[in-house]
Design a protein. Structure first.
Length: 37
């Protein structure tokens, strides 16, 4: 049971980190797409 909770917390943290990375690089990606036109 405890292992499930720890695993869920790790996945949650990982997803949050991934999400913030995407949000942060989202504007950069948009800029590259605009410049690439």
């Amino acid at each position: 049971m405890a292992d499930d909770l720890v695993g869920g917390a790790m996945v949650n943290l990982f997803l949050q980190a991934l999400n913030s990375c995407f949000l942060r690089s989202g504007w950069l990606y948009g800029l590259v797409v605009e410049l690439g036109r």
